[in-house]
Design a protein around this ligand. Structure first.
Ligand code: SF4
Length: 169
């Protein structure tokens, strides 16, 4: 079974601050049970390491991605890249994804989205997650912070297996 994983969780230094965010459950438990497909939306769309942090601004169902300091607008590039990359991942047969919490790209329901620049944020999905949800409704997506114990890894794999089984019927 193939599972997409945020690259920084594998220990790769691809975050905006030049650091990684290794996740023991992914690297030790999940890697032993599934084929992991690494993906970093921000690096793959052409951002540098390190880089300016980006914010999500606008309606939570379709926010813009803008540089926190410069306001550089990445939305069109990220949306186009995400559509293509998600199609590629689905063609590879991924059955689920483990993604870094609170990222404006990878956050699952916990990315900060402000209605206007500088406004009070509400929780929403990152742009990569919005693309995943649109292309593969119901596919199991889990935050790294919710994947700690062997039982949580097992539960996630079971849901992914069941989703993949339903898709192939
Ligand atoms: S959270 Fe996502 S976009 Fe950010 S560094 Fe990790 S993989 Fe890349």
């Amino acid at each position: 079974m193939r599972i997409a994983v945020s690259r920084c969780l594998l220990g790769e230094a691809v975050r905006y601050d030049g650091k990684s965010k290794p996740c023991a459950a992914v690297r030790e438990l999940l890697a032993a049970r599934a084929e992991l497909v690494a993906v970093c939306p921000e690096v793959e769309v052409g951002m540098t390491v390190p880089r300016e942090a980006v914010d999500l601004v606008g309606a939570p169902e379709a926010p813009r991605m803008v540089g926190a300091e410069t306001g550089q607008d990445w939305t069109a590039r990220m949306d186009a890249w995400a559509r293509g990359r998600v199609a590629d991942l689905l063609a590879q047969g991924i059955a689920g994804a483990v993604l870094k919490a609170r990222s404006p790209s990878c956050g699952i329901g916990d990315a900060a989205v402000a209605r206007e620049a500088g406004g009070i944020p509400v929780p929403g999905d990152g742009l990569f997650v919005l693309a995943l949800r649109r292309a593969a409704p119901g596919m199991p997506l889990v935050r790294d912070e919710d994947l700690v114990s062997a039982a949580e890894v097992e539960d996630f794999l079971e849901r992914a297996r069941s989703h993949a089984g339903g898709r192939s019927r």
